[in-house]
Design a protein around this ligand. Structure first.
Ligand code: SF4
Ligand code: SF4
Length: 231
């Protein structure tokens, strides 16, 4: 029983290579990484701090789906890769600066006292561990790297519910925000915390419409009428 890990070192090889390792049965994927590092290959690099699903640092792609390595037990043939849409530092370690910058981007678009990151209410009422699984699962990131993404939109929604600055937060997510989402639901499927970003985005759309906004994609559709001849 083996797993394959995609290895990459930006200082050595220009491309990643795939390496196969035996599975230590009964252990989580993160424990397998630790075992591989201590007994087989000390060069293997990965992230993982709390080992109990709280810190969000050990998320990786398993057969193309984001999973927390500390809560997943590997199966024979699993392909392990770093998270999508992140710059790979080394092996499974990625730089989350860009993805987490979406929070400060949304924050910067809010005015006055409406500060997303600094609002204690948002932090208290959000179970998000910023693991980036939803971000890595989102197909929109592949075509629009400026998309605010699921975890930031979920935080904006929580903020909107609790804030008197409702209109301001809705203004802030009209560009590269609610209307760019395809409502595919991949973010909701992968979230280890049971958060439902898709539903939160649908609710944000509803509040946006109540605030006078409309779907810009809708405005660009001609519903096929342009092709009809009514004579
Ligand atoms: S539902 Fe929207 S935010 Fe979630 S993964 Fe799909 S496109 Fe991305
Ligand atoms: S919403 Fe869920 S999947 Fe997305 S970063 Fe937060 S905990 Fe991770």
């Amino acid at each position: 029983m083996n797993i394959t890990i995609k290895r990459f070192d930006k200082h050595k090889e220009p491309q990643s290579i795939e390496m196969s390792y035996p599975i230590f049965e009964g252990l989580t994927l993160l424990e397998n990484f630790l075992k591989i590092k201590t007994t087989i290959d000390p060069t293997l690099s990965f992230s993982g701090v709390c080992r109990s699903g709280v810190c969000g640092s050990c998320a990786v792609m398993v057969n193309g789906k984001a999973k927390l390595a500390c809560s997943y037990k590997p199966n024979d043939g699993d392909m392990i890769e770093p998270l999508n849409y992140h710059e790979v530092q080394r092996d499974l370690i990625v730089d989350k600066t860009k993805s987490h910058k979406t929070l400060s981007t949304a924050n910067a678009q809010l005015h006055g006292e409406a500060r997303l990151e600094n609002s204690p209410k948002v932090i208290v009422q959000s179970d998000c561990i910023l693991c980036d699984s939803c971000y890595s699962a989102c197909p929109v990131m592949a075509v629009n790297s400026d998309f605010l993404g699921p975890f930031t939109l979920t935080k904006v929604y929580r903020y909107t519910l609790q804030s008197n600055e409702n209109k301001t937060s809705i203004d802030a997510i009209q560009t590269n925000g609610v209307w760019d989402c395809t409502l595919c639901g991949e973010c909701t499927l992968v979230c280890p915390q049971g958060i439902d970003p898709k539903m939160d985005i649908m609710n944000l759309r509803s509040i946006s419409v109540q605030s006078g906004y409309s779907d810009p994609n809708f405005a660009n559709m001609d519903f096929g009428f342009g092709g009809f001849d009514f004579n």
